[in-house]
Design a protein. Structure first.
Length: 512
């Protein structure tokens, strides 16, 4: 069979598995938005985006679990995942379409059951803007695919840290390969997570040979999945055309695409931006919905945020700190919202107040328990891998190291400011966008959803500065060589914050 057949099967398997998981979490509501006036792609944007990103993540994770349990990787495993994923996806779609709730919704042309979409009157101007922006997104995704497939893996990180592991996994058919446990062989990062190598190995296993050009297809898929999910979720809170305009802004952020280290390369920073961006998006969605009295109907958003948060840590080690910061920021912002709400609505019944607190407790529990269950096998496996010096940040963290690292801030803080604002023509205007909306609408940052993003972004940047204070290599090499890639991971969250500041409106009695 030709490579084209196997690649089609691979893509179909990704889509089917991700679609099945998405519909399992949400139910038929993902199919309930009417396509009349906007088109199928716009109406199903969230499902399309979730299918690609969850499909890739789940395929890698299931391969890991299979090998962790003693199974052999290879074509039989990958064919089973691809065919099984496709069948599960088709079955999930069929069952969702036959759901009585969906049939009733479509028959009455009703709004989605879970949360109503803002601006669904489809005025002429809004429909035109939606069509134009969605076509731009499709064009950008097509360009990303073409540019990605024009060259094989070429940068050091994508070859030494990820591509090499994928080849070893393909040849040795196990995550317990002796080569992967050899510190010198894996060039200093034996404990790097395996989501990307396993996804590439999956493609090699289907093809029957190594092709580091075709294996890069997973990166534009993640790019498209992130943008479509962004548009789909935003349509719940702002008019359709405006949501797709935001998706265009995300898709044209230079540091994400077409920068060489973004989604056009086989490194982990862009996938981290994808998974972290979607995790932030769904927690922002939960807080925005809760602000409008719909917390009890948005549990799926918390589940998605927890799953994507776990995938950040399964993609790169920065995901551990991202997860801690994201979860703590969510808890702080939600508690702030509850306290402010109680002071404003003291006349309301205790039952409603308890519902908000109960919803927060459930959400916080899910954000801790779900990633812990997903990542426990990986952390158990990585215990047996050697630790190299530059990875042991937690081991170096102490009062003494922080004190002696204080002088580094004289260089790292100006460097970071220059990179965020002075090099905007190279990396994008998202940080100027954030600063401008903070100046113009400072009180809107007190909304829990906006406060959550602001805390998360601020502490993430502080974590980068802290890493420079305790890093074992020269500051200019460590921060100077990685700051643009770390800021890339935060770019979707920064853009989401700015959009929330400008376009998202709330009922007057809730407005900050």
């Amino acid at each position: 069979m030709t490579d084209a057949f196997w690649m089609i099967l691979c893509l179909a398997g990704f889509w089917g598995l991700g679609c099945a998981i998405s519909l399992l979490i949400v139910g038929p509501d993902l199919l309930s938005k009417p396509s009349r006036g906007v088109g199928f792609m716009v109406a199903r944007a969230e499902l399309i985006g979730l299918s690609w990103t969850l499909g890739i993540a789940a395929t890698s994770y299931l391969q890991f679990i299979w090998s962790f349990a003693g199974g052999k990787l290879g074509r039989s495993c990958s064919v089973t995942l691809a065919v099984g994923g496709l069948l599960l996806g088709l079955l999930a779609m069929r069952r969702a379409q036959m759901s009585p709730a969906l049939v009733s919704s479509q028959g009455n042309h009703a709004e989605p059951i879970r949360r109503r979409t803002v601006g669904d009157n489809h005025s002429t101007d809004d429909a035109f803007l939606t069509r134009v922006c969605s076509l731009i997104v499709i064009g950008l995704v097509a360009i990303a695919f073409v540019q990605t497939l024009l060259s094989p893996q070429k940068f050091w990180d994508e070859r030494a840290y990820y591509g090499l592991k994928a080849i070893v996994l393909f040849q040795d058919r196990s995550i317990d390969s002796a080569d992967l446990a050899h510190a010198d062989f894996v060039q200093g990062h034996p404990r790097y997570p395996l989501l990307i190598p396993l996804a590439e190995q999956h493609i090699y296993a289907l093809l029957g040979h190594v092709d580091d050009r075709l294996s890069k297809v997973i990166f534009p898929l993640m790019f498209s999945g992130m943008v479509f999910t962004f548009a789909g979720v935003m349509m719940r809170h702002i008019p359709c055309g405006t949501a797709w305009l935001g998706a265009v802004l995300l898709a044209t952020t230079p540091v994400l695409m077409p920068d060489d280290y973004g989604f056009l390369t086989g490194q982990a920073d862009a996938p981290v931006a994808c998974f972290e961006g979607v995790a932030l998006l769904y927690l922002w969605d939960w807080l925005t919905s809760a602000r409008n009295g719909m917390a009890s109907t948005s549990r799926s958003s918390v589940i998605f945020a927890a799953v994507y948060g776990a995938m950040v840590a399964f993609t790169k080690d920065e995901g551990i700190s991202h997860g801690l910061i994201r979860t703590c920021a969510f808890g702080c912002a939600a508690l702030f919202g509850i306290i402010v709400h109680r002071r404003i609505h003291q006349q309301e019944s205790d039952a409603r107040k308890q519902l908000s607190v109960r919803a927060l407790i459930v959400a916080a529990t899910a954000l801790v328990v779900i990633p812990a269950l997903i990542l426990t096998p990986w952390f158990q496996h990585r215990r047996h891998l050697p630790m190299t010096g530059e990875m042991n940040y937690f081991g170096r963290l102490s009062i003494s190291s922080l004190w002696h690292g204080m002088p580094t801030l004289k260089w790292s803080v100006p460097h970071l400011i220059e990179r965020m604002f002075g090099e905007a023509t190279m990396w994008g205007l998202q940080w100027w966008f954030v600063a401008l909306t903070l100046v113009l609408f400072p009180m809107r940052t007190l909304r829990p959803a906006q406060l959550f993003l602001l805390i998360t972004l601020s502490v993430d940047i502080a974590a980068l500065l802290l890493a420079g204070m305790i890093a074992p290599i020269t500051l200019e090499e460590h921060i100077g060589g990685s700051s643009h890639r770390f800021l890339m991971q935060l770019a979707p969250g920064a853009l989401l914050f700015a959009i929330g500041q400008i376009w998202v409106r709330e009922p007057s009695h809730n407005a900050a």
